[in-house]
Write a protein that binds this ligand. Sequence first.
Ligand SMILES: [Zn+2]
Length: 323
Amino acid sequence: MRTAPPPISPIAWTGLVVGAGILSLLVGLFAGVWGAFVAAVLAALTVAALARRSAARWRARRAALAVPFPEPWRALLREWCDHYNRLSDDLRARFEDDLRIFLAEKPITGVGVDVSDELRLLVAASAVTLSLGWPAYDWEQLKEVLLYPDDFDRDYEFGADDLSGEAHPWGTVILSVPALCQSFRDPDDAYHVGFHEFTHLLDLEQTRFDGIPLGFDDQAAQRWIAIREREIPRMLRGASVLDDYGAHDPVEFLAVAVEAFFEAALALRRNHGELYELLAAYFRQDPAAWDDARGLTLEPIRPRPPRPKGRTARRRPRSRLSS
Ligand SMILES: [Zn+2]
């Protein structure tokens, strides 16, 4: 059993306490002893509240990891989750732990949907696939996941074909259950509504999306923009592994690229090497190498079929920037 990671690391705690002390001293310089006393009390109360919340979360994490991973869950992951199957034993164990922590902390609510263990696993597996390479990453920006029984339109009416998922800047992710299941059922078509919507949350800078993954330094951001400008004409010509849904908006480009990174890793590495390399460094994962190791080979690229008309024509998920 792995030790549950604390929600706030010891280094962050040290910084917090030292910062509170320095703040109290500064207040003392300008507002005298009583001012410093009041500031110190307020700082202490704030730290105590954070400590209490953090301790409760840590207890929940330890409880989630205290029992062996349920064998029926493992069977479901083997059946549904291609990324889980391509991992080494060590990474698979980390995947299972991250998944349990995600499920212990993130509310998943059905709207006209019974939320089964299977669905909860698919939601968590979508997020954990992205964050597996980042130990102790806890999806702080995600507040809740809502599961809808079907695709929906912009008025949240079910049965329309406008949207299969949405990510909101305040931390709500909405997923259509049929689209989510289809995403796992076909693991190599570079379409995955779960990867897509959770990627939008990785792009969240304060309360807006900008198409640059959070955590990129200036150099990586410049490389990303240059790659994007080079790839978009290829997407529009239909000569790309990436779906052209991402060609018209930098935010969607990122989400579509991440879908391809995890679902068409071998093709992305061969045909878009620099993009693959940048995403592999960002996610600290190498799915193409893991596919090599399990003996997968790349089939010749088939031309992308024309997008069908009608209901299935707009199966790509979309995300609203704000409402
Ligand atoms: Zn989107």
